[in-house]
Design a protein around this ligand. Structure first.
Ligand SMILES: C[S@@+](CC[C@H](N)C(=O)[O-])C[C@H]1O[C@@H](n2cnc3c(N)ncnc32)[C@H](O)[C@@H]1O
Length: 216
């Protein structure tokens, strides 16, 4: 890897990061907490045990995997899971694959615009979709554009007040009858996402920091 590469801790493991991928954020770790709760294996202080809502061997797709931090962590924490990691960026998928090898996490990486490869049946219909898609609105006046300038624009920003891709994904999840969806978004976007998902036919279950969980 070139001199621009570095490592970043995510959920207690080191991930290789290059300018082609988003630097994993601490708020995304709560997405992993939410997945473990659904799998009946919570690690959260104060949450002793939870009823498993996912199958014993769940099929999970991480949409917009970037460095692979979400998909790889899920595979490490839930070795029974069949995990797929998708992205529109071939460069990002190469980093995700490298991280999967470094961390000995057998996941499947595949190029796909959102869930197009599920629609075309190149990927199985998952039990759970997780996604930290680009959700930043360029017009937010509190943005520190200078510090974000080191990361790829296509990993950060989305149109329609940051919600374009999240809304498209919600539609696909409903069309494909996928049972569980966990998203990351800024808390200021949660109300609009909840309303949109409700109209589309999903049931809001809970929020955890930046994370929102829906099921059918
Ligand atoms: C905010 S980054 C998240 C990366 C990683 N999941 C994480 O949490 O650190 C969003 C990722 O989504 C990818 N992406 C953007 N548009 C996409 C689309 N239409 N379909 C699939 N992936 C997309 C970007 O290439 C980028 O890697």
């Amino acid at each position: 890897m070139n001199e621009a590469s570095q490592t970043k801790d995510f959920y207690g493991r080191d991930f290789l990061i290059t300018p082609d991928v988003l630097i994993p954020r601490p708020e995304t770790e709560q997405l992993i907490d939410q997945v473990l709760i659904l799998a009946g294996k919570p690690y959260l202080p104060g949450v002793k045990s939870t009823k498993r809502v996912l199958p014993q061997k769940p099929i999970i797709i991480d949409v917009g995997t970037g460095s692979g931090c979400i998909a790889i962590t899920i595979k490490k924490e839930l070795p029974n899971a069949e995990v797929y990691a998708t992205d529109i960026s071939e460069k990002a998928l190469k980093i995700a694959q490298k991280n999967a090898e470094n961390l000995d996490a057998p996941i499947n990486t595949i190029i796909s615009y959102l869930l197009e490869k599920v629609k075309s049946r190149e990927l199985p219909t998952p039990d759970l979709v997780v996604a930290n898609l680009p959700y930043v609105d360029k017009n937010w006046d509190w943005l520190d554009k200078e510090s974000l300038s080191k990361e790829p624009e296509f990993a950060l920003y989305a149109e329609d007040k940051g919600l374009k891709l999240i809304k498209e994904l919600i539609k696909e999840v409903v069309e494909l009858k996928i049972k569980h969806l966990i998203l990351e978004a800024d808390p200021c976007q949660h109300e609009e996402i909840k309303q949109y998902a409700k109209k589309a036919g999903l049931q809001f279950k809970e929020t955890r920091g930046f994370i929102i969980y829906f099921s059918v």
